[in-house]
Design a protein around this ligand. Sequence first.
Ligand SMILES: Cc1cc2nc3c(=O)[nH]c(=O)nc-3n(C[C@H](O)[C@H](O)[C@H](O)COP(=O)(O)O)c2cc1C
Length: 301
Amino acid sequence: MSKPKSNNAKTISVALMLCLVCSVLVSAAAVGLKPAQVENARLDRNKNILVAAGMYDAESDTASDVAERFKDFDVEIVDLNKGSYVDDAALKAAGIPDRNAYDASLATKNKALSEDLGNNDPAGIGRKPKYAKVYVKKDDAGKPEIVVLPIQGYGLWGTIYGFLTLESDMNTIKGISFYEHKETPGLGARIEEPDWRAKWSGIHSYDENGNVATGVTKAGTPKENWVDGISGATLTGRGVSNMIQFWLGEQGYKPYLDTLRKESGQTIDNAADTQASQSKPAAQPKTELAATLPVANGKEA
Ligand SMILES: Cc1cc2nc3c(=O)[nH]c(=O)nc-3n(C[C@H](O)[C@H](O)[C@H](O)COP(=O)(O)O)c2cc1C
């Protein structure tokens, strides 16, 4: 009579031991693999920055090519409302000790580092970070040649994350990439396809009055300077349209892009006459951006 009891006890203790060993192994693997996961996420982000900048060849580029080419970029933190760079001292004062580790998406979960967008939230992101991380490639004279801007917004099934690159006029779109989303393969997920992304190249972000002048149309309904949507993915296209318009707008990067344009003595494409007629002073006062550029300039691996 006692034999079966002892067998049960043995079975249970073996099962418990097995559970314990497995959970230790799984935890060890999770902890051990974490640095590799972080490194892969960083590489993937950098690759997508290069994709948006038209500096990545999917056929031939290796991880070390990505690392090498990414060195061409300065990594800057922008105060979105002021449109100026933030130096390390101001970042520390804001509770950001390490600019390289700053993650604007995570910042939206921190009330001190983000603003509730309330009803004024066309991109469906809920909260806007006060600071954004941007990637600037400069020419030999030290002037911004391209800027790569992180963008995010709600698609059909979830938040779409990507990068948008502008040319030195801070108006013409050079490229776009999307690196994380929940859209359906074959439908909304086609926003990742090179052929569709290529349609953005050469599009003007703003009209002569400085208003955002682009977006995504419903497939087959062409509109000048807008990108034709993907058939069967109207809702994803609308999400992309909203996110582009939000991030290029006053709440997004527009103040920063205006500052960069002023810094290089440029106006929005075709806007010289309009701006002159608004009798703006010929010599603009030096902006905060100019004062912070040399100090804030950061490199990130
Ligand atoms: C299973 C399933 C997945 C879908 N995924 C998407 C999607 O990722 N993006 C999207 O815009 N529409 C998606 N749709 C279609 C939408 O429900 C909607 O019909 C479509 O956006 C309308 O676009 P159209 O006017 O271009 O046909 C999906 C539909 C189904 C049934």
